[in-house]
Structures are given as C-alpha cells and as structure tokens.
Design a protein around this ligand. Structure first.
Ligand code: PLP
Length: 379
C-alpha cells in the first residue's frame, strides 16, 4: 500500500532539518537559545503574553494547576471527551476531576451544564477545544468570574484558532498548547503554557526544572518540588521551523475541510445519518475533521468501518473514547450512562485524514470510500 493515506502526517521542511543539524553541531543541544527564541515567537503570536515552553502539552497543564494552587480537596470541572491527559493531570496534582457532558454539535463541554457542577470545592475550569473548535470564551469566562474560578484552557489542539477574531492564547487565563507530531505544528514532543504575568512565568520555570532558581554567579535555591519538563533546543529548532508555516498550514487545513463538506454532502452524507463537524471557517484551525457514525443505523461497529477504510488505503483515528469509562476512572466511581452524549460520540467519532500535505484528490477518495462503506453497512 504505497499510497496509504494516514489520518495525519507532519510536514517538516529541509530548512528545518538543516537547522536541526546546526543545533546538533553547536555544542548546546538541551534548553538554551533555541528555546528562548521559540518562546519569544509564540509570545509575539499571542499578543505579548508570557510564554514558557515545556516537553509536553500535558506537564504544561499540571504546572498551571500547581501555580493556581489546585491540589488535594479541590475539584476541577472538565470534559469527558478529550485525550486522557486532560483529566490525568487533575489526578496527578491530587485534585478531583468533575466531568460535565458535552454539547452534541460542538463536541466540547456543554457550557449550559457547568454551573450545576460547581461546588464550594471547585477551583478551576479545564475546557478543551476539540479539533481546534473554540469553546465560547465569553460564556466560559463569565462563568469563571461569577464563581471566582481559575481557567486552564486545554488548547492543545487550538494553536491558530481564534475567538471573535482574537487568537486563542492571546486572551483568558492559563492557556496550554501541545506540539505533539499530530498537532498543527510540532516540536516532535513539546508544549507551551501562556501565563498572566512574570511572577507566574517565574514559577512555571521552577516547576519546569526541579524548582531550581539560580542565584548570583555560583548559587542555587530550591523552593518547590519541580519536575523535569524542559524542552530541548533541538526540539525548539523544529518548532521554530514549523511556526514559520503555521498560517499556511492552517489555511490549507481550512481549504481541505471545506472540500470535505462539499464532497460528503454531494455523496449524501446527510441521508446516511453521518454527523459532520460544525462548519466554522473563521475560528477553527481545523486540527481534525471528525465525523460521528450513525450507530443506530449501522449493522457493523466503528472498528469494521475503520478496517474497511484501511483496506481501501485510508487511515483513520479515534479522538477520543469517553474518559470516564476507562478502568481507572470507573474505579474512581464513574460508570456508563453518566455522560450519554460523550459516550455516544466517544463510541462513534471517527477522525478522517487531514493534514497540510494532503492532495486535493484525496478528499473525494475518502468521501467515496466512507459513504460507500456506510451504504453497504446500513440496516
Ligand atoms: C495532545 C493533547 C494533549 C497532550 O499533549 P501532549 O503534548 O501529548 O502531552 C492534551 N490535551 C489534548 C486535548 C490533546 O489533544
């Protein structure tokens, strides 16, 4: 299957590869000048807010929770439809995730249900912009202000998305981005945290590297039990090469997403019961193009649809199963039926191929294969 179409693939240009070789030869390969330059570039991108780079978009959220003082006894309101990192970090700091079901159209946390989940123990809201579709920031921050809560935006997928014309990251409280290879720009592994002020940024640096603060020419002090979360200069150099293409990558993603809507609608996706994403061509960075299969009308499970697509040379993904149904979370007390919308979407969501290097002709090919499979699989 030489022309197998994966669901995603990073685009790394030759200039970046040469730049990485230069860093490798430079004598300084871990956190250094490239990380500083990478942070400066993102800081500029988000309108000058302080930014610190990390080696994942998971530890960024853990550090944000620690800076916010969220720990044992605290509750954090979040979505059950995300990469499990979103709620694992809440457990990691000793706090309790409080899940709120999703909105079926946006697949993001249902803002109408948040306030009912807030208790005197609630300290923070941790929303996710699934597939890069932004959660309503006006309503989110109105709720946060009304209840005096911190917000950690899991914007792992939302670099380049906007809310009312403002870039995600340029507004709000803590904002976490990921640079995993599946994301719109990558550092191989990595992430960054947007913070509110230099005090928080200094704390982020401490939590990032063992709590160490350098003093004078030869001294150091340690005040907090930090981790080992620093990004390398090699990774940051990849990120700098990627950021140069962020807007063109996202424009190409948007173009492909538009083509998917046309191709799927032309082939009767609606009559087949296929649920398409929100057709947002201004705010979303189109991190993913995800459909939800019509479970009640299909004779076969999602896995069979995925297998048939794979046999047709098309890769797909599942982002994501509902978190509260994982064994760990069941042991903590959640069960099937708690969040029916997240469970339905988690069982039936399917990520179709979408990445900047995809060719125009790949879109109708995917739409043909998927709708043909559905047609032969309906009850
Ligand atoms: C990718 C992702 C993360 C975690 O990012 P890593 O860099 O892999 O740690 C967290 N939340 C969401 C929604 C993600 O998509």
């Amino acid at each position: 299957m030489s022309d197998f179409l994966p669901f995603t693939r990073p685009s790394i240009d030759e200039e970046t590869i040469a730049g990485v070789a230069e860093v490798l030869r430079s004598g300084w390969i871990t956190s250094g000048p490239q990380v500083k330059a990478f942070e400066a570039r993102i800081c500029e991108y988000v309108g000058g807010r302080p930014v610190r780079a990390f080696n994942s978009g998971t530890c960024t959220m853990e550090v944000a929770l620690r800076i916010a003082g969220v720990g044992p006894g605290a509750e954090v309101v979040t979505t059950p439809l995300s990469w499990v990192a979103t709620s694992n970090v809440v457990l990691a700091v000793g706090a309790r995730p409080v899940f709120v079901d999703i909105d079926r159209a946006t697949r993001n946390i249902d803002l109408d249900r948040i306030e009912a989940a807030i208790t005197p123990a609630t300290r923070a809201l941790l929303p996710v912009d699934l597939a890069g579709l932004p959660v309503d920031r006006d309503r989110l921050y109105a709720i946060a202000q009304r209840h005096r809560l911190r917000v950690i935006e899991d914007a792992a997928q939302a670099l380049g998305s906007t809310w009312r014309g403002r870039r995600i990251g340029s507004l709000g409280d803590f904002v976490s981005f990921s640079f995993h290879p599946n994301k719109n720009v990558t550092t191989i592994e990595g992430g960054c945290l947007v913070l509110n002020d230099e005090r928080e940024a200094a704390l982020a640096e401490q939590y990032r590297l063992q709590g160490v603060v350098r003093t004078g020419f030869d001294g150091m002090e340690v005040e907090v039990a930090g981790g080992k979360f620093n990004l390398t200069d090699v990774a940051a150099r990849v990120g700098l090469g990627q950021l140069a293409h962020l807007e063109t990558f996202n424009a190409r993603r948007r173009e492909l997403a538009r083509a998917y809507f046309r191709a799927l609608e032309d082939r009767g996706a609606g009559e087949l019961g296929l649920q398409l994403p929100v057709a947002d061509f201004t705010g979303t960075n189109w991190h993913m193009f995800q459909v939800v299969l019509p479970e009640e009308r299909l004779r076969v499970p999602r896995a069979e649809v995925m297998r048939l697509l794979r046999d047709a040379g098309i890769g797909t993904g599942v982002h994501y199963p509902a978190i509260h149904l994982f064994a760990l979370y069941r042991r903590l007390g959640w069960r099937a039926g708690d969040f029916p919308h997240a469970e339905y979407v988690g069982r039936n969501i399917l990520t179709l191929p979408l990445f900047p290097a995809m060719r125009d002709e790949d879109v109708p090919r995917v739409a043909d294969a998927l709708t043909a499979i559905l047609r032969t699989s309906l009850r």
